[in-house]
Design a protein around this ligand. Structure first.
Ligand SMILES: [Zn+2]
Length: 191
């Protein structure tokens, strides 16, 4: 799945990213984003991941009413342009699926659509939104390793109990030859 597909329900690309004849000015211009409409007619505009609202602008020229949202996990900023209305304000935190605005035709637009622009965070260079894939929501967490320094009176059984593991596991992690012989000050992996 592509990231832009999360910005609007069942999107259809009505104008791709790249050079085109501008529908209003009729000049060959660079189209710095994707024009999308929803095949279901749902006009909600959605946040595509956890992020925050970088900028909200209300106007009737160019991109009209528009929203910039930063998505740190992707290192991307997304521009939602030509909105009918905006449901968020600068600094708001959003989650995947948060409704941030309503699709419209404010500014220089021939009809109701979402113009979706994309840059790296902090960059002015446009990127092609069709190239970006969705990152899995729950990547396998990397195991958290923890160590313990053996103190006076410790036994592997006590340490295993303390860290909710087993003597067998401690022996395996630490390559212990004799489980009855651990030394004070010895560093043991316990998680
Ligand atoms: Zn556009």
């Amino acid at each position: 799945m592509k990231l832009y597909e999360l910005a609007i329900q069942k999107p259809k690309i009505t104008s791709p990213y790249g050079y085109r004849i501008h529908p209003i000015t009729k000049k060959k211009t660079f189209h710095a984003g994707l024009d999308l409409i929803s095949l279901t007619g749902n006009r909600n505009l959605f946040a595509v991941d956890e992020g925050y609202v970088q900028l909200v602008h209300k106007g009737n020229t160019g991109y009209g009413n528009y929203i910039w949202v930063r998505y740190p996990r992707y290192n991307l900023s997304l521009l939602y342009a030509h909105c009918k209305s905006i449901k968020v304000k600068k600094g708001d935190k959003v989650k995947k699926g948060t409704i941030i605005g309503i699709e419209g035709d404010s500014g220089l637009a021939t009809g109701v659509h979402l113009h979706l622009g994309m840059t790296k965070i902090g960059s002015n260079a446009w990127l092609n939104p069709t190239n970006i894939k969705v990152i899995a929501d729950n990547p396998t967490p990397t195991p958290k390793v923890e160590y313990y320094i053996v103190k006076k009176g410790d036994t592997l059984t006590k340490i295993a109990k303390k860290y909710k593991t087993t003597v067998k596991q401690l022996v395996a992690w630490n390559n212990i030859k004799n489980p009855n012989l651990i030394k004070i000050g010895q560093k043991l992996r316990v998680k």
